[in-house]
Ligand binder design. Sequence first.
Ligand SMILES: [Zn+2]
Length: 376
Amino acid sequence: MKFADIPGFEALKKSLVNAVDTGHVAHAQLFAGSEGGVSLMLAIAFGQYLNCENPTEGDSCGRCPSCIKTQKFIHPDFHLCFPFAKSKLVGEAEELNAYLPLFRSFLLDTPFGTLSDWAAKAEFENRTPIINIKAVRDTMQGLQLKAYEAKYKIQLIWLPETMRSEGSNSFLKLLEEPPPFTVFLLVSTAPEILLPTVISRTQRISVPRLNGFELAAFLEDKFQIEPNKAMAISGLAEGSIPDALSLFNEKEDDYHHLFMDWQRSCYRNSIDKLVSHMESFGALGKELQKSFLKYSLNKIRNSMALNSGARETVHLQEAELNDLFNLGKVFSLPLIQLLIEEIETAHYHIDRNASAKMVFMDISLKMANGYASLKN
Ligand SMILES: [Zn+2]
C-alpha cells in the first residue's frame, strides 16, 4: 500500500516520510485513530516506505521487490500480529500463524476493516478475539532473527489493546529491549487501555477521522460510487469507511421503509409492531444497527429542514421527500430534541455493546411517549 492509496492526511504523511528521510525513525510508533479509519492503512504504507528500495516523491515506489511483497503481506521482514480466537475455518488452531492467510486476505480486501469485520470474516463466532500470550511469544521469537533481506524488520501489531495482562507485560519487555533495526507499528483504536509503560515507549501518531470530503473522494476512487451518492453517504458515516460501505450496500430503500414504519408505530403507540421492529433491529449486526441509527438521525434532521423551508438543502427521491415532509409536520421542537437525544444515546449504548433489543425498545417507548404528549 502506498501513501497515495490513502485519502487526505497530507501533513501527516509528510512528517512520516520526513522521519525516514532524515533517519529519525522511532523504534515504536503508535497509530491511534477511530474504528473504520485509516490508521492501519497509514501504518502499512509507512512500513512499505521504510523498506522500499526506490522511494520517490514522498512515497514508496510500489514496484520494487520489497514493495511487491509488502503489498501482498508476504514480505519475510514485515511481521503481522493481530487478535484472533479459535475458528473452525482453521481447525480451531491456537497459533497466530494458522490465521495468517485469512488475515492477509482481510487486509487485502478491507485494510480499513474493524475488529467485528475481522471476526465475521474469520468466523470466530461468539469468541472474543485477543492477542494471546503465545502470539506475543511467537512474535518475540520471530524478531530474534536477523532481517532476511530488508533494512528494517517491521512488526505491525493491530489492536494491541486486545492483549491480556500477561501478554502486555511480555510485550513491554520486548519494547524495552527491542532487537536492532526493528520498528514496531502499533495500530490502536483504544490507546487509553494500553499500559502507560507501553505508551511511554512509543511515539504517538494521532490519526483523525476522515472528513466528509476525504471519505467521499475515497469512495469514488476505490469503489466507483458516483459523487453525489458518495457525498451523501460520507455525511452519515462520520469518517468510517466500513460504515459508509454498509450504508451504500444496505439499500437505502430498506432503511427508509424501516425508519418510516418505526416512526409510524411510535406515533400510534403500537406495541405489537414495536416488538416486531425490535426483532428486526436486533437481527442486524452491530455496525448496521449503528448505521441505521445514524440514518434515522439524519432523516429526522431532513424532515425538520423540509418543514422549515430549507427544502433545497435536502437531496432525496420525491417519495422519500414527501414521507419526510409529512413526518416533519407532526414534529414540535421539544419532540425533535427528544428524538435526537434518544437516538444519540442509543447509538452510544450499542457502540458499547448494550443489548440492542433492549436499547431499541427503550428508545421506541420514549419516542412513543414523546408523540403521545403532542396529542394531549
Ligand atoms: Zn518500492
